[in-house]
Structure formats: C-alpha cells, structure tokens
Design a binder for this molecule. Structure first.
Ligand code: 6PG
Length: 240
C-alpha cells in the first residue's frame, strides 16, 4: 500500500496518524505497543511531530516500548548514534522512561553487541517469538534499508535476529535486524522523502528481484502489512 503526498508535512501527519492508530489497536489487544525506530534523517521530523502538542496526548506512551531496526557501531553519545537521535527528538521530549527503551550496547564488540541485542529482544517477547507491532524503515539511495546494505552477508541471513555487518566503503560496523525479523512485524512502514530516493524506490517496487543489489526488496511482511509513506519526489519514478 502506498500513500503519496505533495509535501513532507503531509507525509508526516499521515504517518503520525497511522502510528497513533496502530498504537491504539496494539494497546487495546496486547496491552502494549512495540515499535522499532529507524535512523538517519528522515525520522527526525516524524519524531518531533509525535512529541508535539498535536500528537503527544494521542498515545499512551507509558505502554510503548522502543527498539531500533539498526544502529551505527559508535559510542552512545556519538552524533551518528540512532539511539541518541531518537533520544533527543522523541524520547526525552515525551519523557519516556528509559526502562521502555532498548538500545544496542555498542560498548561491546560488534559481534557481542548483535548477540546481546538479539538476547534482549528475545527475552522481551518471550515466551512468544519477536513480532514487532510497527517497524519504521527508511530507504537509502542505494536501496538499503535498516543496515541491510547491497552485497553484504546479512542479505542472505535466514534467521530472525540481529547481525553485525561491516561496511567496507564507510569503514564502519553496523548492527541490524535481519529481514526475517523485520518481516515478522504487523505494520512495516517505509518513510521516504525526496527525488534523490526516486530511483531506489523504482528499483524496489518495479524491478525484478535482486536482493543483493536492492536489499529493501527483502522486506515482505509475514503476518501484517507493508505501507509506503512518500512525498511526490520520492514516488516520481514509480511505473504502474
Ligand atoms: C540508518 C538507517 C538507514 C536509513 C537510510 C535513510 O541507520 O542510517 O536506519 O537505513 O533509514 O539510510 O537515511 P536518511 O533518512 O537519512 O535518508
């Protein structure tokens, strides 16, 4: 399903409304709402909107549990940290109890950090399997999502879990959810802005499957729905 709007503001309001509704449903059914946030720049505006007076009273935030679809392997106070960005733009403004937030422990080695985060997630969802209510994803202009980057080993991961991945170009490790774990979620949402992403969106939606080249094609919900929230720029190269 695709929602395309002229402006970023319209995209963000539509997505914020979608998240409010998903949270209401999850809390009504399961007594909680589990969300995996994405990193980078796109989510910042969404976070600020959710924390604004227009939205902050629409969700029972004390019943929301925050996780991260991926994390850069940097110290928790590093500017590139996805958890730090979420803290500044969403979690602190909403006064979220740190006990409701599960971030990657990047003080461990990359391998240990991935294993530790997987254990944390499995313990949280036990005795059930990890199934997030909402998975928020961005899209890189090279068609990566989370830290499922082109031609990396994690593309072929078949287990629903957390892996460390080394990005040779950027010379940096990332810690990421695998596609099978992402695909368990009830609501999988791509938030994509701008004409610079149009080529990647076209590849994901219109090109034959090539997971190594276009990793975001791996995202296919097992139980739930996949929804795209985009502006016209990002959607401008989609062919019918
Ligand atoms: C990350 C993200 C990554 C991001 C895309 C898009 O850790 O960087 O999880 O997958 O969503 O790279 O990033 P922008 O929103 O900054 O374009």
């Amino acid at each position: 399903m695709m929602h395309v709007y002229k402006t970023q503001a319209e995209v963000l309001h539509a997505l914020a409304d979608y998240i409010v509704k998903a949270a209401e449903n999850a809390i009504a059914i399961r007594g909680r709402f589990t969300i995996a946030l994405s990193g980078g720049n796109s989510p910042k505006g969404l976070h600020e909107l959710l924390a604004s007076s227009a939205y902050k009273s629409q969700v029972e935030w004390s019943k929301v549990y925050f996780f991260f679809g991926d994390e850069r392997y940097v110290p928790a106070d590093h500017l590139d940290s996805n958890a730090l960005m979420a803290k500044k733009t969403l979690l602190e403004p909403l006064h979220i109890d740190p006990l409701q937030v599960f971030a990657v422990n990047t003080a461990l080695t990359p391998k240990e950090a991935a294993a530790d985060y997987q254990k944390t997630i499995e313990a949280f969802f036990a005795p059930g399997l990890p199934v997030f209510d909402l998975m928020l994803l961005g899209l890189g202009d090279n068609s990566h999502t989370a830290s499922l980057f082109p031609y990396t080993d994690v593309i072929s991961a078949t287990d629903s879990g957390i892996k460390e991945v080394y990005l040779h170009e950027q010379k940096v490790f990332r810690i990421t959810m695998t596609a099978p774990l992402i695909n368990q979620a009830y609501h999988i949402v791509f938030l994509v802005f701008g004409a610079a992403k149009a080529e990647a969106v076209h590849h994901i939606l219109n090109d034959p499957e090539d997971f190594d080249q276009y990793p975001a094609q791996l995202i296919k919900p097992v139980h739930g729905e996949l929804v795209w929230f985009m502006d016209e720029g990002a959607a401008s190269k989609i062919t019918a």
